[in-house]
Design a protein around this ligand. Structure first.
Ligand code: TRP
Length: 460
């Protein structure tokens, strides 16, 4: 993914397998969006912030703010043919707009630091499922196993290193294309297992309570904090607000319909999150697990559900393995943002840039992992453990600010004419959504983000 020579690069992309095909583009962008955000983060914060009412706000954020932002990112990236920082430098030379990209780098480092830790837990769960470690265990002892893992000092670090090294190798070798080719087959397989899990979950005795928790909103649970967290998660799950989709936009061919691509990615991402919710919450209530359990929710509930299925350990092993693959297609997209900056703006070789950024991110991940265990559990910043702090600040603060600024850049700085040219592929395709897109991009989405953000932080 070397895009130092944009013209040549676009031509290459046309010939290259993977990105050249329609499905390849969607697989790459959807591969970035679909990851731990859908299967780990979405269920646990839905549990903590009140279920259906939270989901409703989350869906509203996706439609009103997420969609216009993803379309804007794609358009900016494809227009500039550059990375997250280079795009702003090229489209707005001699201005400070490139600072959006700089903020994106900070966000990328923070997100990947804890993302690597949680992905490490998934690798551990592959091993546990494969060795049948959950068989015949009570819910209690499965909770105990999870706590044992994350509070352990070196075990999660070992898996985190394995995951980060895998991410680095894929990015150095430039085989994103290769991995996306596999992802095209493996991700539908993950979806299939989730659907099988859904069927098992909704037929559990007591499943109904979980379904109404997910789909019957209790509006007394709404608060500014719920909206704040829902907005942050919408951006996290869609991989927007940080320049990832700007970088991916630069790889999308000039003949593709950006609006349609964004819509497909958004639908796929939202569907996977909701289906993961349906796999988890009926079981949460059926087995008396606490919905506000926190980051362990999926790691506790899913092994319990697998146990209720024939060949549960086989399904479990396959599921966690595919989850690791889903996490990898997301982690490479986060690392790519940092590597593109180091290599293109700081003029480093791609290999050096990847080794350096992987090392930085992994080192920051170490205290994040240790903050779950005895070594650093008493070390709190603003009341958060270090890992929770990285998660909360990056998703709820950096992504919305980045998103707001990117919308302002697309809607106000570039303006309708340039955006329209990009979104209609120079007038060759119709995009009758343009007027509504511009209203959302210039007014509704930025004002919505600003309100939720300022209220959420207590400034209003
Ligand atoms: N969206 C991914 C997930 O749900 C994580 C991710 C990848 C991301 N790239 C990102 C989050 C950029 C924020 C910004 O797991």
């Amino acid at each position: 993914m070397d895009n130092t020579n944009p013209q040549k690069d676009t031509n290459n992309l046309q010939e290259r397998d993977g990105f050249a095909s329609r499905l390849g583009i969607i697989a790459a962008a959807a591969g970035s969006a679909i990851g731990l955000g859908n299967i780990w983060r979405f269920p646990y914060i839905t549990g903590q912030y009140g279920g259906a009412a939270f989901i409703l706000i989350y869906l509203i954020c996706i439609v009103l703010m997420g969609m216009p932002l993803m379309i804007s990112e794609f358009a900016i990236g494809r227009m500039a043919q550059k990375n997250a920082i280079g795009s702003f430098k090229k489209l707005a030379p001699h201005t400070y707009w490139f600072l959006i990209g700089v903020m994106g780098i900070a966000g990328a480092i923070m997100i990947l630091a804890f993302y690597g830790v949680v992905s490490g837990w998934c690798i551990d769960y592959v091993v546990r499922s494969a060795t049948n470690a959950f068989a015949g265990k009570s819910t209690e002892s499965i909770i105990h196993m999870f706590d044992g893992l994350i509070t352990h000092t070196w075990m999660p670090l070992l898996w985190q290193f394995v995951f980060m090294i895998l991410t680095g190798i894929i990015v150095i070798a430039g085989i994103q294309n290769g991995i996306e080719k596999y992802a095209k087959i493996l991700m539908p397989l993950l979806l299939l297992i989730i659907i099988i899990l859904d069927i098992r979950a909704v037929t559990l005795p007591g499943a109904k309570e979980g379904l109404s928790f997910l789909f019957k909103p209790d509006f007394t649970k709404l608060s500014t904090e719920v909206m704040f967290v829902a907005l942050g998660h919408a951006f996290f799950s869609l991989s927007i607000g940080m320049g990832t989709m700007i970088t991916y936009g630069s790889y999308i061919g000039k003949r593709e319909n950006l609006g349609v691509t964004a819509l497909q990615v958004t639908i796929a991402d939202t569907l996977v999150a909701l289906l993961a919710g349906v796999a988890i919450f009926p079981a949460v209530f059926a087995f008396g697990i606490n919905p506000t359990e926190g980051p362990g929710l999926a790691f506790i509930t899913l092994p319990v559900v697998f146990q209720q299925m024939p060949f549960g350990n086989v399904f479990g092993t396959l599921f966690f393995l595919l989850l690791v693959v889903a996490a990898l297609t997301s982690s490479i997209s986060i690392l790519e943002v940092i590597v593109a900056y180091f290599s293109e703006e700081l003029k480093m070789s791609r290999k050096k840039a990847t080794i350096l950024s992987t090392t930085i991110v992994t080192l920051i991940g170490i205290p994040a992992s240790l903050s779950n265990g005895p070594v650093l559990s008493n070390f709190k910043i603003l009341g958060f453990g270090f890992m929770d702090l990285l998660d909360y600040v990056s998703a709820n603060i950096l992504l919305p600010i980045g998103g707001l600024l990117i919308l302002a850049f697309g809607g106000w700085y570039l303006g309708r004419e340039k955006m329209e040219r990009e979104l209609t592929n120079g007038g060759t395709i119709q995009s009758n959504y343009l007027s509504i897109f511009m209203i959302l991009t210039k007014f509704i989405a930025p004002i919505g983000i600003a309100l939720v953000f300022l209220k959420g932080l207590g400034f209003m």
